[in-house]
Ligand binder design. Structure first.
Ligand code: ZN
Length: 172
């Protein structure tokens, strides 16, 4: 899936979860940081690609991205797996309370927003032809539906003209 679809799908997932489990209290700062965190979470898995938008946001990110990408022998490995999810989960639990001022922003709400973004990315990639190496380092991909021919081709007309508008309609 393209970054744009991931952004949209992450936001739709966040709104859906928030509708079923509304946070007890939500101030403006938490709201804004959560929205940004949701998008960051949705883009983290594709940081194994140099062209990822998160790299563009960092100074010198293009060069960094090119170096970083060499760590991965191909696109979609650990960042699209349960192992990666586990590492992000614990990494964020450790990091967020250290960088977020808990007096102003609720770190738990931000944490869940990032995780929802991340998980939505894996779900979205799971319906593409490339599939998802969910059990990395075990060398096989899974996808839905299991028959690869029925899945979506990344950046195809189906994604641009059916999936993206479909998410927008769902949001409304
Ligand atoms: Zn991806």
């Amino acid at each position: 899936m393209t970054a744009r679809t991931h952004d949209e799908f992450a936001f739709a997932s966040l709104v859906t979860v928030a509708a079923f489990y509304p946070p007890a209290a939500l101030n403006l700062f938490t709201f804004v940081v959560s929205l940004v965190g949701n998008i960051v979470g949705a883009l983290i898995p594709d940081m194994d690609q140099a062209g990822n938008r998160l790299w563009d946001l960092l100074p010198g990110g293009d060069a960094l991205g090119r170096v970083f990408r060499r760590m991965f022998y191909k696109h979609r490995t650990i960042t699209h797996s349960l192992l990666g999810l586990f590492l992000i989960y614990h990494g964020l639990q450790w990091l967020l309370p250290k960088i977020v001022n808990a007096g102003v922003v609720d770190p738990q709400v931000v944490f869940f927003s990032v995780m929802i973004g991340h998980i939505s990315h894996l779900l979205a990639d799971g319906i593409t032809k490339e599939g998802l190496p969910l059990f990395f380092p075990l060398p096989f991909e899974i996808g839905f539906p299991p028959l690869q021919a029925l899945r979506i081709t990344t950046d195809s007309w189906v994604e641009t003209y059916l999936v993206q508008p479909g998410i927008a309609v769902y949001l409304i």
